[in-house]
Design a protein around this ligand. Structure first.
Ligand SMILES: [Zn+2]
Length: 245
């Protein structure tokens, strides 16, 4: 069966002869591992199209043991990401999030769109890095089935207070009265509003909010802690990003 779709290279693996093994986040078939034919040949289109962060139209078929990409038409290679070690590290982290959380062998259009938008805004400095990082974490989690319940206090239904509390382990929001005895992060109302926006906004509006620097730090802290608590694993690319910033 031949599959025509578009996708982003989220991981580069080993080479075998002229071929390169990659992991791709595809729009229609989710995350898959495939060999790119002729990726090593000098100046081949497949070479630029099979690099990390390359976004291309792809023609894929299922070989006997593996998927094979035999045609790549690069659309965007996000070259600017390679000029700045901080951006490069954060972009790699966005890709690792997809590698971990995006579906396999099913529609992943929303995951792909989110990642492409994050890479674009990161490469052009159009949003603060902490904002993009928080969005990538919380939105990917929400799409992948880990959406927190931020509608109101889980104890009494109170919609909001100047300060609310978020439990990264049960993914619920609590008011000051109900938060007692529950391990929670204290978050100002502005950050609650931003988290609600990231979880519930439509794709077109997703990146259209702002916070002051202090609240971006709180947002970043809570989203990262929620990711780590929910997925219960380490992210090498996250550790690297944090080690250089
Ligand atoms: Zn309450």
């Amino acid at each position: 069966m031949r599959m025509n779709t578009d996708g982003l290279i989220i991981k580069e693996h080993r080479m075998t002869g002229d071929d390169r093994l990659v992991t791709v986040l595809t729009r229609d078939y989710g995350v898959l591992r495939a060999f790119v034919r002729g990726a090593q040949r000098i100046k081949s289109r497949s070479q630029s199209g099979s690099q990390l962060f390359a976004y291309s139209d792809l023609s894929i078929y299922r070989g006997r043991d593996a998927y094979v990409i035999d045609e790549i038409q690069p659309k965007e290679i996000f070259f600017d990401l390679r000029n700045d070690i901080g951006k490069l590290a954060l972009a790699q982290y966005f890709c690792e999030l997809q590698y971990e959380l995006a579906p396999q062998e099913s529609d992943a259009g929303q995951f792909l769109r989110l990642t492409l938008n994050c890479l674009h805004l990161l490469s052009k400095d159009k949003r603060p890095q902490l904002q993009l990082k928080s969005i990538a974490e919380l939105r990917t989690l929400s799409l992948a089935g880990y959406m927190p319940d931020l509608v109101a206090c889980a104890g009494c239904g109170k919609f909001e207070d100047d300060t609310m509390y978020f439990c990264v382990y049960d993914g619920r929001l609590y008011c000051p009265d109900c938060a007692e005895d529950i391990p929670c992060e204290e978050i100002p109302l502005g950050v609650v509003t931003a988290m609600r926006h990231i979880c519930y906004a439509q794709d077109e509006k997703l990146f259209s909010f702002t916070l002051n620097d202090e609240n971006f730090k709180v947002l970043d802290y809570v989203c990262e802690k929620y990711l780590l608590a929910q997925t219960d694993r380490k992210y090498k690319t996250l550790d690297f990003y944090k080690s250089i910033t």
